[in-house]
Design a protein around this ligand. Structure first.
Ligand SMILES: Nc1nc2c(ncn2[C@@H]2O[C@H](COP(=O)(O)OP(=O)(O)OP(=O)(O)O)[C@@H](O)[C@H]2O)c(=O)[nH]1
Ligand SMILES: [Mg+2]
Length: 423
């Protein structure tokens, strides 16, 4: 049976109505992903913020009455609460209280599959929970399962919980450092590739695009945060160019900062990418705000200043009129439908254009009998011309600048040659 919850929407003065609706809509989607059913939405127009409980006594009383009338055991706030507010509200309402970050963390916990994702989610959850521990285990607190509770004399339950949580946090941080190191090593091996990362709001269609491009089978779902790991695949852009494409977790407005910090190793591909492909769901009324939220996360990841392409996805369910309007405002963007394989080729060409800017043109003179050297060049560069004379060959070619240092070592070992940098 779906869990029945009461959603409390807190509205501050001067907050535009569309923004309030957007936040409530987003929370409904988050709760829907958790298979919670909103029995009732209770809007509180806040004139003044009460630091201890956020909302005033009168409203708390009204909510309590509603809870007993509807027989509901959980209240969800559409924004974040301080640890003190959660504690006080829990006491005064006598039910479980969740805020936005708590809900996002719970979705992450439910969707984590791999060891890396599980470790990262557990760390973020415990860090979020530590100041909120009230001495009784909530379903988030069950995350710390498996540790025996054996406290020193005189310790209260809450002190034991805090101590265990801290110990566990240090252990998880250590585990993640190890995972991150392994990832760094893996990435070193990929340094000669041109790397692009698919990023975007959750549910924008990143994994659908990844699958369409590379024939991989990243699970796709009409749920928020379906992907919690990073998949990296090679995609052949054309005869001469390969791309290393990564698909990773989706972003959301105000992604809990503990999550961003603990998902560092998963998000490493974004930080190390040469190109950021921002996938946006054009069918969402919040599309442009979502792009803004994605940029905010990119700033936090120190990946905002990289070359980027904006991709508006899901054009199959859009009116032409709106498409035209967005095209006017974003003349460099690409408009596609990943699901229906519409205009994907335009994206491929846009990526190639960025990659070609990263290439250098060079000229080499090789002895004609240096067959291996010629083969290496033909395999790893785009040959522009080959001119043979007197047992020598002049080769002009363009090569991705990150490939060149590696390629050079392979050639230099064999033969002396002259380099003419034409770029
Ligand atoms: N109509 C339409 N739906 C699409 C298109 N591309 C993706 N979808 C749907 O959008 C939903 C989300 O797709 P995903 O590929 O899982 O999105 P994501 O960005 O990877 O989402 P997270 O991993 O949750 O962040 C799925 O139901 C897809 O079938 C498209 O071009 N048109
Ligand atoms: Mg995905």
């Amino acid at each position: 049976m779906l869990e029945q919850v009461l959603l409390v929407g807190v509205v501050t003065p001067f907050q535009p109505k569309f923004e309030v609706d957007e936040r409530l809509q987003e929370m409904k989607q988050l709760l829907n992903t958790l298979e919670n059913e909103i029995a009732e939405t209770f809007i509180v127009n806040l004139k003044r913020i009460k630091p201890s409980t956020l909302i005033g006594k009168g409203k708390i009383r009204e909510i309590r009455n509603l809870l007993s009338l509807l027989d509901i055991q959980e209240v969800i706030f559409n924004d974040d609460l301080s640890p003190t507010q959660v504690r006080n509200l829990r006491k005064m309402l006598g039910v479980e209280i969740y805020d936005r970050s708590g809900i996002i963390l719970e979705i992450f916990a439910n969707h984590a599959q791999t060891k890396e994702a599980k470790t990262q989610v557990e760390l973020a959850t415990l860090q979020y929970l530590l100041p909120r521990l009230t001495g009784r285990w909530t379903h988030l607190e069950r995350q710390i399962g498996g540790i025996s509770v054996r406290g020193g004399a005189g310790e209260t339950q809450i002190e034991i919980d805090r101590r265990l949580t801290r110990t566990r946090i240090s252990k998880l941080i250590k585990d993640l450092r190890k995972i991150d190191k392994e990832r760094a090593v893996q990435q070193k091996g990929r340094n000669t590739f041109f790397k692009a990362a698919l990023v975007g709001y959750t549910n924008a269609g990143k994994s659908t695009l990844m699958n369409m491009f590379t024939g991989s089978s990243v699970p796709v779902e009409d749920k928020l945060f379906a992907t919690l790991d990073t998949t990296v695949r090679i995609y052949r852009l054309d005869k001469y160019h390969d791309l290393l494409l990564s698909d990773t977790i989706g972003f959301i407005r105000k992604l809990p900062h503990h999550l961003i910090a603990s998902f560092r190793s998963t998000l490493r591909e974004v930080k190390d990418a040469d190109l950021i492909i921002k996938v946006a769901d054009i069918s969402s009324s919040q599309c442009l705000n979502q792009l803004k939220a994605v940029d905010e996360v990119l700033v936090q990841l120190e990946a905002y200043n990289k070359p980027s392409i904006i991709v508006f996805n899901k054009i199959d369910i859009m009116e032409n009129r709106i498409l035209k309007q967005v095209k006017r405002d974003y003349p460099d963007a690409v408009f596609i439908s990943a699901l229906n394989n519409l205009r994907i080729d335009e994206l491929r060409r846009a990526i190639l254009k960025v990659l070609e800017k990263e290439e250098m043109q060079l000229k080499l003179n090789l002895p004609i009998n240096y067959v291996k050297g010629l083969a290496v060049l033909r395999d790893n560069t785009r040959i522009i011309s080959e001119n043979y004379s007197d047992g020598e060959v002049d080769i002009e070619f363009s090569v991705y600048r990150k490939v060149w240092p590696w390629l050079k070592t392979r050639l230099v070992q064999k033969v002396e040659f002259e380099l003419v940098d034409k770029s």
